[in-house]
Design a protein around this ligand. Structure first.
Ligand code: ATP
Ligand code: MG
Length: 460
């Protein structure tokens, strides 16, 4: 959370090429959250986030910046497509569900932290329960099948429980305990009672209760018993499941909810993708009406309102909104003025050039080329790209983007797929295990297509 803007940009640089303006803009917005937290309480309430619109053609990194940002900062984050709310027949579908989902994400995050805090204690309790499962005290195992017998052969599960047998049992249990701790029984199967998560009461299904943020199981939790079912798991899996169960028992859910709500209110980030698709004023009928409807619905949560969730109410005043859109057909000025005003920062992303493609192919962590290299390595092929091949691919991507539709870096996917098509198909059965892709190879794979611009439109 206390990354400086430059550190944030440096971190984003590892995955996204160029687009410095956009990176700077989101980095500053994030840092401002941090700065705000350090202010006096009165002033803190006054400082509202400066929401951002990222404008740029398709495939230049808008969503990618948001995705990486989310992983980078430890803030509750959600990405939603604005178009989700415009589906026909769903005019103004419950926009508040965004906030509820954001809260769910935050709860999940906080739970992970809290679980880690109690993990040691939970693990010890789980180990105990696990031991009870593999070595149930004599008489307790229902209807034979005491795993102790399976392990030691003929351990008498007698209900008489003579002193001798008691000792016998204690001894064997101790041995098992040690084996368990040394992880020697990891593959043994045990039966574990787990909560049935599929169990929302079916009668009420499909009534959109989920959207209200009401979980019947929660509401009726005290009245109806929680549904459980038995699952056969290996000891290794059972340990994980039991530890989680024990940890969940120890976690104070009220505290988790309180922290999560606080985090959402203070640090939450909502990424509104495809915002250009809901731009357009109410001039005609049909879809436009619902578009403007969605914009109007979004207004209050961006402006600041209180949303009820099942964990409590959330004030949305300080949640940061980052919107993104290509704005090909519409412009930001086509948004209703109230919404425009709530996104004071506009930043444009550049369309990608040949040099950018060249870097995108090679530089980012897990770049496209390294992905293909790794994929083919599975089939025992050592794939290499010569520098002139990379230049050639970048060049072709750029050419096709300028002559045809500009689909940004996604063009690289279609081209690479074509270039490697034969190799990917023949993969395990090629002669040489070492394959070097050079410019000639690239050209030969694409020459037919490149000669005919009419075909390009379909293939690349
Ligand atoms: N500048 C970039 N650096 C590295 N990779 C990029 C860059 N731009 C795009 N990509 C890659 O291209 C793909 C598409 O990018 P992204 O999803 O960010 O597009 P977008 O700008 O959100 O487009 P759209 O408007 O269609 O949603 C991703 O796989 C991403 O990794
Ligand atoms: Mg996108």
């Amino acid at each position: 959370m206390d990354l400086t803007p430059q550190q944030i940009v440096a971190e984003l640089d590892r995955y996204i090429i160029g687009q410095q303006e956009a990176k700077k803009c989101v980095a500053v917005a994030l840092r401002n959250r941090y700065r705000r937290q350090k202010l006096s309480p009165e002033l803190r309430d006054e400082v509202l986030p400066k929401n951002i619109i990222m404008i740029g053609p398709t495939g230049v990194g808008k969503t990618e910046i948001a995705r990486r940002l989310a992983r980078l900062v430890n803030a509750p984050f959600i990405k939603v497509e604005a178009t989700r709310f415009t589906e026909v027949g769903y005019v103004g579908r419950d926009v508040e569900s965004i906030i509820r989902e954001l809260v769910e994400n935050a709860v999940r995050m906080v739970k992970i932290i809290k679980r880690a805090e109690v993990e040691d204690r939970a693990a010890r309790l789980a180990e105990k329960r696990l031991l009870d499962l593999i070595a149930p005290p004599p008489g307790k195992s229902k209807g034979g099948g005491n795993p102790l017998e399976a392990l030691f052969g003929g351990f008498a599960d007698s209900s008489e429980g003579s002193a001798n047998e008691q000792d016998n049992y204690a001894e064997k249990r101790a041995i098992l305990k040690e084996k368990l701790q040394r992880q020697e029984l990891e593959d043994m199967m045990v039966e574990v009672e787990v909560e049935d998560s599929t169990g929302t009461v079916p009668v009420f299904g499909g009534m959109g209760l989920e959207e209200l943020g009401i979980n019947l199981q929660d509401m009726l939790g005290n009245i109806l018993p929680r549904r459980t079912r038995k699952r056969l798991l290996t000891v290794a899996e059972a340990r994980r499941v039991l530890t989680q169960q024990e940890a969940d028992k120890m976690i104070d859910m009220d505290e988790v909810a309180a922290i999560a709500l606080q985090r959402v209110e203070q640090n939450g980030i909502i990424f509104l993708d495809e915002i250009d698709k809901i731009a357009g004023r109410e001039k005609s009928h049909g879809p436009d009406v619902s578009r403007e409807g969605v914009q109007r619905d979004l207004l209050p949560i961006i402006e600041g309102t209180t949303v009820q969730t099942k964990y409590g109410s959330v004030k949305t005043d300080h949640i940061l909104f980052i919107a993104a859109g290509a704005f090909h057909v519409s412009k930001p000025s086509d948004l209703i003025p109230e919404l425009q005003g709530r996104f004071p920062l506009r930043v444009e992303l550049d369309s990608l050039k040949k040099e950018d493609f060249q870097r995108i192919l090679t530089e980012p962590k897990h770049s496209l080329l390294s992905q293909y290299t790794a994929l083919l390595a599975v089939d025992g092929i050592e794939l290499q790209f010569s520098a002139d091949a990379i230049a050639e691919i970048a060049e072709i991507a750029y050419t096709v983007n300028t002559h045809g539709e500009d689909i940004g870096a996604r063009r690289l996917h279609t081209i690479l797929e074509k270039v490697l098509q034969d190799l990917l198909f023949q993969a395990p059965d090629v002669q040489n295990s070492k394959v070097v892709i050079d410019a000639t190879y690239v050209r030969s794979q694409l020459s037919d297509i490149m000669k005919r611009t009419d075909v390009q439109a379909y293939i690349l």
